[in-house]
Design a protein around this ligand. Structure first.
Ligand SMILES: Cc1cc2nc3c(=O)[nH]c(=O)nc-3n(C[C@H](O)[C@H](O)[C@H](O)COP(=O)(O)OP(=O)(O)OC[C@H]3O[C@@H](n4cnc5c(N)ncnc54)[C@H](O)[C@@H]3O)c2cc1C
Length: 259
């Protein structure tokens, strides 16, 4: 595998830092190639703005269209071009981050905002009355697989179907479906460590073992079976799921998962 690890934690000696280091050691030890984008160490600029698009920035600024023009002209800033190149190089992408306010840290969201530009990650393919682009199962990043490795302070029971924080699959849906599946990346079931703020060394040893196991079985892990946009499950142009395809009683985000 050619694995890109996108890592977002400000403290190298954090638990997230340890999990990232363990992933690098485990994957390289198994003969895989690994590259790391350590966003805090890179001092990653999180805010998308006119400076990202140079002479392609219009007035008033149009982030989507300007980013697409700059992308097509090869004129995005070097930091963004480098990340796009890493994504195209990789066949596997691991995101390592703590759950902050129910989602990824802002620096990682800013990485997505700036790297997943128009014409690269969205606005790809034919848009017409019969086709709404190549996305959700197709797109620039098709053929790649991604995995979220997330640590959460809350205990697992708070993230179950009736748990007060909401089901973890729902919380991660905007990232897994809205960001990763959108440009075509298949998404593996996430690796989530719960109740992580007060762990013992024994807990850590168990967590590290489980993480190594996930890493060593990435190639044989089935992705989440999200429904593909252009393969019959959705009405076009409404892009609503066709009546009757959902399992009885299934509602919400789960509608977009087969089976
Ligand atoms: C802004 C903010 C928002 C948050 N929002 C949420 C939220 O919405 N939902 C939620 O559930 N939680 C939330 N949290 C909690 C957060 O998810 C956890 O604090 C975070 O996941 C812990 O990861 P860490 O890498 O920072 O851990 P650390 O603080 O680095 O470590 C956690 C524990 O692991 C131990 N440890 C670390 N490395 C090792 C090692 N190598 N060996 C043995 N032990 C080790 C540490 O001693 C510590 O006890 C939030 C926290 C913040 C700061």
């Amino acid at each position: 595998m050619k694995t890109l690890i996108v890592y977002a934690h400000p403290e190298p000696e954090s638990l997230n830092g340890s999990l990232k280091d363990l992933a690098v050691a485990t994957l390289t030890g198994a003969g895989h190639e690994v590259r790391v984008s350590d966003l805090y160490a890179m001092n990653w600029k999180a805010a998308a703005d006119a400076a990202d698009y140079g002479p392609h920035a219009s007035k008033p600024l149009n982030v989507a269209l300007d980013s697409g023009r700059a992308f097509e002209a090869g004129a995005l800033t070097p930091d963004v071009r480098a990340e796009q190149e890493k994504l195209l190089w990789a066949d596997t992408i691991i995101f390592q981050f703590p759950l902050w306010w129910y989602t990824m840290p802002a620096i990682l969201k800013g990485w997505v905002d700036r790297v997943f530009t128009y014409r690269f990650a969205y606005g790809v393919g034919e848009h017409s009355a019969t086709k709404y682009g190549e996305r959700y199962g197709e797109g620039t990043l098709a053929g790649r697989r991604a995995l979220l490795s997330v640590t959460a302070g809350g205990p697992e029971r708070h993230y179950t179907a009736r748990g007060i924080n909401g089901p973890i699959d729902d919380l991660l849906f905007p990232i897994q479906h809205g960001i990763l599946y959108y440009p075509g990346i298949e998404v593996l079931p996430p690796f989530v460590l719960y109740g992580i703020d007060r762990i013992t060394d024994e807990d850590y040893a168990d967590a590290a073992k489980a993480w190594e196991q996930r890493l060593l079985t990435l190639e044989s892990t089935d992705p989440i079976p999200f429904r593909r946009q252009n393969f019959g499950d959705y009405e076009i142009p409404s892009l609503n799921l066709k009546e009757g395809l959902e399992p009885v009683g299934r509602t919400g985000f789960g509608l977009h998962v087969r089976g």
